[in-house]
Design a protein around this ligand. Structure first.
Ligand code: GLN
Length: 239
């Protein structure tokens, strides 16, 4: 079967792109090419419309101030993002946007930044930052990343986590949960960039993106030697 275009949307690259989160877009794009498909990367900026026919949504972290800048605009897109998630479009939102995909993020100065409630969770700023390398057990094997957040996220009992923490703080440092999942939408605190070091998880998102574009996912074999080395080194790093 001929392999065609897959549409990638990155949310708010100016305000929400910290600790290399844009690398997740580059990884999805490059791995799509290695699998023989054609990635088309689009960016959502404040005040603009979400383009039609999006096959995967990616968003990153940012300062509290960046979250404040995108808060209202994100609300404008809440319905569209819910529809895409209901439609099993894969999504990956990291840290700042992960928090805003929950119900709210309460800042240290007691301001409530409203989220879109795609995940059943809430986040409260604390006076202690959770920083360091993270290893999480997930359905896609060990996922390795780097966290840096003051917000503590608590999942509703109905909300599934992305995985369970083997090393690091994860959602809150208490309950060993990390991230959240709804259909094929994932929220996580793991920067890194995350996807270059986690090809299994990257290909899981890519598979759903390709299928959403109306194509079959027929992967090529990719040599992940450098990703494997990066994983091995990251695993040995102190916290
Ligand atoms: N402001 C959030 C926190 O510190 C998000 C940080 C981030 O995106 N890295 O909890």
């Amino acid at each position: 079967m001929p392999k065609n275009t897959v549409n990638i949307l990155y949310l708010y690259p100016k305000e929400m792109n910290i600790y290399g989160d844009w690398g997740n877009v580059l990884t999805v794009g490059r791995r799509l090419q290695w699998h023989g498909y054609t990635p088309k990367i689009m960016q959502l900026h404040i005040g603009k419309k979400i383009p039609a026919d999006i096959d995967i949504v990616i968003g990153g972290g940012g300062q509290d101030s960046g979250q404040g800048l995108v808060e209202a605009d994100l609300q404008r897109h809440a319905n569209d993002l819910h529809k895409l998630a209901d439609d099993k479009v894969p999504m990956l939102v990291v840290c700042g946007l992960y928090q805003l995909f929950g119900r709210f993020f309460k800042t240290a100065d007691d301001k409530q930044l409203k989220g879109i409630g795609l995940f059943a969770l809430e986040t409260h700023a604390t006076n202690k930052r959770m920083i360091g390398n993270v290893i999480v057990d997930t359905p896609f094997g060990e996922v390795i990343g780097y966290e840096n957040h003051s917000g503590k996220t608590v999942l509703d009992s109905s909300q599934a986590s992305f995985g369970s923490v083997k090393k690091g703080a994860g959602n809150n440092g208490n309950d060993k949960t990390e991230g959240a999942v709804f259909n094929n939408a994932y929220g996580t605190y793991m920067h890194g960039s995350l996807l270059p070091k986690n090809p299994n998880f990257a290909d899981e998102l890519i598979k759903h993106a390709v299928e959403h574009s109306g194509q079959e996912f027929e992967p090529n074999v990719i040599d992940d030697l450098f990703a494997d080395k990066a994983r091995a080194i990251a695993k040995r790093r102190p916290r």
